[in-house]
Ligand binder design. Structure first.
Ligand code: SF4
Ligand code: SF4
Length: 441
């Protein structure tokens, strides 16, 4: 009875803490500007099915992709077994679903194979990251914490799967020697571990069994509460993030209606405005996380830090300061900072900091070629380019802080209606010799 009470208290506390942390993240995402992404529901569900559930973009890099599918599918399916553990823990029973007989044996056997697949996947990822030192996991923004975070996740998953297999093995040995007719001998993977447990006394066996049981479930609940502090939160957010991704033509920019109208008038003054220009926004572009949309903030929390964007970014590949992964990590870090500020003060109190300047430097932004490769490569449809464009817009329109060549081009467009340094009246000068009588045209 005592263990049932302890179990129930731990379970309720873990769920309450997880809910509290998820609500904080949800509040932070809602700090973003409104954006309507409720259109084309059919297309959105299709994207989610293909990209998030089907992992279609992950498998473009086959080794990492297939191993990730093992880990993702295995981890989710095996956790169905957690339902049994929860019922056992609350009711004080052992293997409440074992009445299913042969079906139970088949189910647990399948889980055991998946557990091995998860362990193999995680072990390979650990080796690639730490021994193979894959370049994208050792670049500048992958400082000690992001690397440790990834290792914690992979090691935890291996430990949880190991506990699951040893739990089954110890249960099988116990049944064989001390409770015939109990747990089946038919679990193929954990059966391979039973020789290791041979000769252990009954108390020793029970100790191992109970230790693995508690380790497994407390590990899962601890993992659940680690996830909101980790890049691993993508296991929750990648689904809505893909659902709400941008369906507009790839690389298309979001023009401001008020500015578009003004430019049209400038290029063609004869076109009298048929209606009043739409009101200009409070601020052009983005200086801080509050100027980004909720979707851009959700992107930041969904980033898996895989670095596929950065490894495809032509600016990064040619040695520029820009890394689209860093743009996403910086956005998340600043948002976390702003959220902590709100939690502490009840509302956001100006801390004299901003995403642009304190986290992301203009040099990074101007290095972007706006090729859209980062968005195209991202396995969860994150759009770093849209954040870069918004911050450039702020630099350009609020601070007139563009690189000289760009500032010159914009001033030419404003004054001459063209990017070049010539007045519109000189536009056909190049054709003058051709039009002269001597040219005979
Ligand atoms: S759009 Fe910009 S950040 Fe993204 S890959 Fe291209 S150059 Fe890099
Ligand atoms: S933005 Fe996408 S591709 Fe880039 S690191 Fe994050 S998850 Fe990976």
């Amino acid at each position: 009875m005592l263990s049932q009470i302890i179990f129930t208290v731990i379970l309720i506390s873990a769920i309450a803490l997880f809910t509290y942390n998820v609500r904080k993240i949800s509040r932070n995402i809602k700090l973003g500007r409104p954006l309507d992404r409720t259109d084309h529901k059919g297309m959105r569900w299709k994207n989610m099915l293909l990209v998030a559930i089907g992992q279609s973009k992950m498998v473009r890099r086959p080794l990492a992709g297939i191993l990730h599918v093992f880990v993702y599918a295995g981890f989710i399916i095996i956790n169905i077994e957690v339902i049994e553990i929860l019922i056992d823990g609350i009711t004080g029973k052992d293997r409440v679903f074992s009445f299913l007989g042969v079906y139970y044996t088949m189910l647990i056997s399948a889980f055991e194979f998946l557990a091995v697949a998860v362990m193999l996947g995680c072990a390979t990822f650990l080796v690639r990251r730490n021994i193979g030192r894959l370049k994208r996991f050792w670049s500048k923004e992958m400082t000690a914490w992001p690397r440790t975070d990834a290792n914690i996740i992979l090691i935890t998953e291996i430990l949880l799967m190991s506990a699951f297999l040893i739990l089954d093995a110890s249960g099988t040995v116990y049944s064989r020697h001390f409770a015939p007719g109990g747990l089946s001998d038919g679990f193929p993977v954990s059966n391979l571990l039973t020789p290791m447990l041979k000769g252990i006394s009954l108390p020793g066996l029970l100790l191992i069994n109970r230790f693995c049981w508690w380790f497994h479930i407390i590990g899962i609940l601890a993992f659940l509460n680690y996830v909101p502090y980790s890049k691993h939160f993508h296991i929750v957010l990648s689904f809505p993030n893909v659902y709400y991704s941008n369906l507009q033509p790839k690389g298309g920019f979001t023009n401001l209606p008020s500015v578009t109208k003004e430019i049209k008038m400038m290029l063609n003054p004869d076109a009298a405005p048929s209606e009043a220009a739409p009101p200009a926004p409070e601020r052009f572009g983005a200086k801080d996380v509050f100027d980004l949309s909720w979707k851009q903030l959700m992107d930041a929390y969904s980033c898996t830090e895989c670095g596929r964007c950065t490894s495809s970014c032509p600016a990064n590949l040619t040695g520029k300061l820009l890394s689209p992964r860093k743009i996403m990590m910086d956005t998340r870090d600043r948002l976390e900072e702003a959220g902590a500020n709100i939690s502490k003060n009840g509302k956001f109190v100006d801390d004299g900091k901003a995403l642009l300047g304190d986290y992301i430097k203009p040099e990074e932004l101007w290095a972007c070629t706006s090729c859209n490769a980062c968005t195209e490569e991202c396995p969860v449809n994150i759009d770093p380019l849209s954040i870069i464009v918004e911050m450039r817009r702020y630099l350009m329109m609020e601070q007139s802080a563009a690189p000289p060549a760009l500032a010159q081009m914009c001033s030419n467009i404003e004054n001459n209606g063209a990017p070049w340094q010539f007045p519109a009246s000189d536009r056909l000068n190049w054709a003058a010799p051709l039009l002269s009588p001597k040219a005979g045209i």
